[in-house]
Design a protein around this ligand. Sequence first.
Ligand code: ATP
Length: 303
Amino acid sequence: MAAIQLDEVTKQYGSLTAVRDLSLQVEDGEIYGFLGPNGSGKSTTINVLLDFVRPTDGTAEVFGIDCQEDPLAVRERIGVLPEGFSVYDRLTGRQHLEFACESKAIDTDPQSLLDRVGLTDSAERRASNYSKGMKQRLVLAMALAGDPDLLILDEPTTGLDPNGARRMRELIEAERDRGATVFFSSHILSQVDAVCDRVGILTGGELVAEDSIDALRASTNSVDELRVTVAQPDKRALEAVRSLPGVSGVRTDGNALLVDCANDVKADVIAAVEETGVEVTDFSIEEASLEELFEQVTRGTDQ
Ligand SMILES: Nc1ncnc2c1ncn2[C@@H]1O[C@H](COP(=O)(O)OP(=O)(O)OP(=O)(O)O)[C@@H](O)[C@H]1O
């Protein structure tokens, strides 16, 4: 059974369509990155899953339970880091976790949850004195209480420094290893690459692409940079590469040729250099950045 099943979900706010005809399925045990620029409908979709928002049309299910018909049963299966999370200023970190464990009727040790999110030393401090990143980790610890089957994280890496973002990735992976499904939204693409099994890209409320990042890279004609190091730089090699179809630019950097080329012509580039009698001593590939990939997929939408 799918962890999340959306069928033709549409949400309209008056004349504005925030989500249009959205169908997607997240498998049990998957890490799914829900990507899109600001205002593309990510939070609206998450709010439909949580029944904070009623869809105008279509259905949403979590582990086969209808999100609108039985939201409480859905809530029992999930842990949530909402977009506009807030903390209780007067409670300490530990008290937050005690409250979360009590309200979920579980006897997990709050300390173990605080340890997992790196708040061990701040457990007795009031949350009002926490930094934004610490508050976010605290809310995340509350979401982890009770080992939910599905974690829904709305922009979990926003506001985190690189260390915090790395820790978040590790935590997401640990949750997956435990057997949980993780569904998280982001517009910071470089932070999802390493962690997602699949991504869905939303623009203007519509799903415009869905696949693994590698497959998305292969399916768009994103331009990679190939660095070909040669024993002896030679003008003939430069000309031979420049005339190849699929090559959009060539320049030299010391003993290397830097070639902007489509994914499927890299072998041709190396062969063309060798055919001129120039020895290739090394080569490496700089893949198109996720931002470029994202730009390609979402191009033409007016966000
Ligand atoms: N309660 C509401 N009333 C009217 N319009 C809304 C409401 N909530 C969201 N919208 C609109 O719906 C669209 C989608 O918003 P949503 O918050 O789902 O996008 P998002 O992808 O989560 O954006 P962000 O990354 O900025 O959080 C936007 O145009 C937004 O202005």
